[in-house]
Design a protein around this ligand. Structure first.
Ligand code: PLZ
Length: 452
């Protein structure tokens, strides 16, 4: 079976034609109606990237209530890697719905939770003994990873990095770097969280990975002290912070330092995990073996599930009953995760992510050579971005970024922006998108740059 013929590519079924189709302006009248109701009913703090009323999605498209079909270059923020309404996921979840919907795993356990843990233990980097625990959201899993690391090391401090994003709960807001919109006014934040400088090749004057790691480690030693530090948490490629790929050697040096200093190294693979970067986990590109890996998003084809997977001795240090939650590892989400993992494997989606990466990097680098406003193109697999700048000064150009995104949205292409400075356009297509749609979507983005 070729990748293009795979059932996942056909996700969404025959009724969802894989095309960009605009039959009204965006938003059309029905979407506008929903936006009016949303403004009256939903808290103003809950935003939206594009003002549409979604009725269906699959393969590489999202269809709205007015009949517009948008090219999806966001996957609901890196979630629907296996495609929306992936047939394997739909079938597995439907069967589970008909069997039972909830018992609470910590009350009355079931097979699929254990099977997901077994899969995660096998798929995450390293062949040491591992254990997993399941939760609902990325933030909840990050909180639990920190909780476990503190309990294991009997230390309290946690180091996160510049440009980091780890969630919106109280502890994870504290770990997250960017103030607006994530933190401003929402404090006070949890204590014992410290920040270290990242490796950001485009903006740190060409520091090597080893130099950037030495800078971070010196700061940690001088300002926190290894004897107080429970864990370092880092995204192997920073997501919300701007798709920042650290210089080679940065992550391995941090891991080595953690190992030598009884500090738990936590990889937040919430956005980078599950094939997104052309490997099961982005840690693999740097050959690192994290002590603890946090996953969510791409794990369950759109159902809410997250996990903490780590060295058995670390994970097992929490007392019986010390980890849990009503819904963590809900049976529907576990069924979806098992079906998603099967789809990544059987439908060749990790290879597909590599191919998508080649298309993205090829096209964007070609644009860059002709347009000095594209300061940097970076990323791996189906997680690639361009950073837009003032060509004279290199200053971040958030206004241009907003214009390009608005052009794409108006023309039926859903792209996301990110970055501490709001000047990064990121591409996170479902791995089930066709080359044709991907190239067409990039063409619309390029047109946005030309006309801005
Ligand atoms: N860690 C690396 O990317 C979620 C945030 C969307 P939750 N990123 C998308 C938004 O605006 O809220 C994320 C992440 C990394 C943790 C999280 C948090 O995951 O499932 O959103 O809690």
């Amino acid at each position: 079976m070729t990748i293009v013929d795979s059932p996942a590519i056909a996700a969404g079924g025959p009724t969802l034609t894989q095309e960009r189709r605009l039959v009204t302006a965006i938003p059309g009248p029905r979407s506008q109606e929903l936006m009016t109701r949303k403004a009256a009913a939903v808290a103003a703090g809950v935003g939206h990237t594009i003002p549409v009323s979604v009725v269906a999605a699959g393969g590489g498209v999202i269809v709205d209530a007015d009949g517009n079909s948008l090219i999806d270059l966001g996957s609901g923020i890196a979630v629907t890697g296996v495609g929306n309404a992936n047939p394997r996921v739909v079938e597995a979840v439907t069967a589970q719905l008909n069997a039972f919907t909830h018992t609470c795993f910590t009350v009355a356990p079931y097979d699929s939770y254990v099977a997901v843990a077994e899969k995660l233990n096998a798929l995450t980097p390293g062949d040491h003994a591992k254990r997993s625990a399941l939760f609902n959201s990325g933030a909840e899993a990050v909180e639990n990873a920190v909780k476990i690391a503190r309990n294991f090391t009997k230390k309290q401090a946690v180091v996160a990095f510049d440009h980091a994003y780890h969630g919106r709960t109280n502890l994870t807001m504290g770990l997250t770097a960017k103030n607006i919109p994530y933190k401003s006014g929402f404090g006070p934040f949890a204590p014992e969280v410290y920040r270290a400088p990242l490796s950001y090749p485009f903006r740190d004057g060409g520091l090597s990975g080893a130099e950037a790691a030495a800078r971070a480690i010196t700061q940690i030693e001088k300002q926190v002290g290894a004897e107080n530090l429970a864990a370092i948490i880092i995204e192997p490629i920073q997501g919300e912070g701007g798709f920042i790929v650290p210089a080679q050697g940065f992550l391995p040096a941090l891991v080595e330092w953690c190992r030598a200093n009884d500090v738990v190294f936590i990889a937040d693979e919430v956005q980078t995990g599950f094939g997104r970067t052309g490997a099961w986990f982005a840690s693999e590109h740097e050959g690192i073996v994290p002590d603890v890996v946090v996953t969510a998003k791409g794990i369950a084809g759109g159902l809410p599930l997250s996990a903490v997977t780590g060295r058995a001795e670390i994970m097992d240090s929490a007392m019986a009953g010390g980890l849990g939650g009503t819904y963590g590892g809900n049976p529907l989400a576990c069924a979806a995760a098992l079906a998603s993992i099967e789809s990544y494997e059987a439908d060749g989606l990790i290879e597909r992510a590599k191919r998508i990466g080649a298309v993205l990097l090829g096209r964007l680098n070609a644009l860059r050579t002709a347009d000095a406003r594209i300061g940097d193109v970076r990323g791996r697999g189906a997680m690639v971005a361009m950073e837009l700048v003032d060509p004279e000064t290199g200053a971040p150009d958030a206004a241009l970024t907003a214009k390009v995104a608005a052009h794409a949205h108006a023309n039926g292409v859903l792209v996301l922006t990110c970055g501490t400075y709001g000047n990064v356009i990121r591409f996170l297509p479902p791995l089930t998108i066709s080359d044709e749609l991907l190239v067409e979507g990039l063409g619309v983005v390029a047109e946005g740059l030309r006309t801005a």
